[in-house]
Design a protein. Structure first.
Ligand SMILES: Nc1ncnc2c1ncn2[C@@H]1O[C@H](COP(=O)(O)OP(=O)(O)OP(=O)(O)O)[C@@H](O)[C@H]1O
Length: 313
């Protein structure tokens, strides 16, 4: 796979002394959606800002489409579109003019055919002559995306695209992002919403305290860290786990009415059949069983509470 962005041992220490990024190395592949996940202050915005040329790194390099962001910044920046977190639009300006104006910032001439295509793909064509203040919150966010796409970037950064928006609007944004991906745009998004990363991203990078803890395909991350728990409800409560079952790694609930058994979903043998057989052999009657997959949220908490070695994929 071709890397459209190559980040190599990138570091940033602000003048205040805060070390916001430490030795981040990551290749972002053309056409993928990668989500950067991390708690407040993890360094996500700093990373995006460096790639977009808004913050100067103190160490390391970034190449976009092969162009170094410092020595060849003009070519690098032309390949990038940034959708900021805050909605900042000229309230009295028409939608179409806002989008046209952005092309000028990149030194690009008029291209109304492209502007029309962008506005149509974001379902904004009918609103092209409306002043931006007349738009709903969702439409305003789409205008920000249209502006970011006006100069035909190959890479789009979305900084917390759905922060503070309702569920319906979040779904709408996900659809827009899915559509952009189908058009071949590489997308890097930051988010606090694990559900969002799981839903949209091909890969997830977890950042904490300026370090990239890991980058994995979303499904692999879920499979690798995702454990399942089998809960066995008992017809009669137990006071303790019988010695015969001691090696089975069972947890008895405080009321003694259920047993929890954690197992690896990828293991060839989960041990469930044996467990149920052993329970029957001990005369322990089972009322019901249920299983639960650990969520990305639990996976994430495990990662940020137990710092791992840097891994890049
Ligand atoms: N201009 C700045 N000057 C000094 N310190 C800064 C500056 N910008 C960010 N920081 C600090 O760098 C660290 C990383 O901040 P950053 O905004 O990159 O994190 P983030 O992961 O984007 O957080 P959030 O999810 O809250 O947006 C934080 O400790 C922050 O206070």
């Amino acid at each position: 796979m071709t890397a459209i962005i190559q980040i190599d041992t990138l570091s940033k220490q602000y003048d205040s002394g805060t070390r916001a990024l430490s030795d981040v190395t990551l290749d972002i592949h053309e056409g993928e959606i990668i989500a950067l996940l991390g708690p407040n202050g993890a360094g996500k915005t700093t990373l995006i800002s460096i790639i977009c040329g808004l913050v100067v790194p103190t160490g390391g390099t970034v190449r976009v489409g092969g162009h170094d962001i410092r020595t060849d910044w003009r070519a690098a920046r032309r390949l990038i579109g940034l959708v900021p977190q805050e909605i900042a639009l000229e309230p009295f300006e028409k939608v179409i003019n806002c989008v046209r104006f952005t092309r000028g910032l990149y030194g690009e001439g008029q291209d109304d055919a492209h502007i029309e295509q962008v506005l149509r793909s974001l379902a904004l064509w009918d609103k092209r002559d409306a002043a931006t203040r007349e738009l709903s919150g969702g439409m305003k966010r789409r205008v920000l995306i249209a502006k970011a796409l006006a100069h035909r970037p190959k890479v789009l950064f979305l900084d917390e695209p759905t922060a503070g928006v309702d569920v319906a609007l979040r779904r709408e944004m996900w659809e827009v992002v899915g559509q952009l991906r189908r058009e071949g745009v590489t997308i890097i998004l930051t988010t606090h919403y694990l559900e969002e990363a799981e839903e949209m991203a091909d890969r997830i990078g977890v950042i904490n305290k300026g370090r990239l803890l890991l980058v994995k395909p979303t499904s692999e991350l879920m499979g690798e860290f995702g454990k399942k728990t089998l809960t066995v409800e008992l017809t009669a409560p137990l006071t303790m786990i019988p010695d015969e079952l001691a090696g089975r790694n069972l947890r008895l609930s405080p009321d003694g009415r259920s047993l929890a058994y954690e197992y690896d979903t990828r293991a060839e043998r989960t041990g469930i059949a044996h467990l149920l057989g052993d329970l029957a052999a001990q005369g322990i009657k089972v009322r019901d069983v249920s299983t639960r997959q650990s969520s990305l949220e639990e996976v994430f908490m495990t990662l940020v509470s137990e710092p791992r070695q840097e891994v890049t994929a």
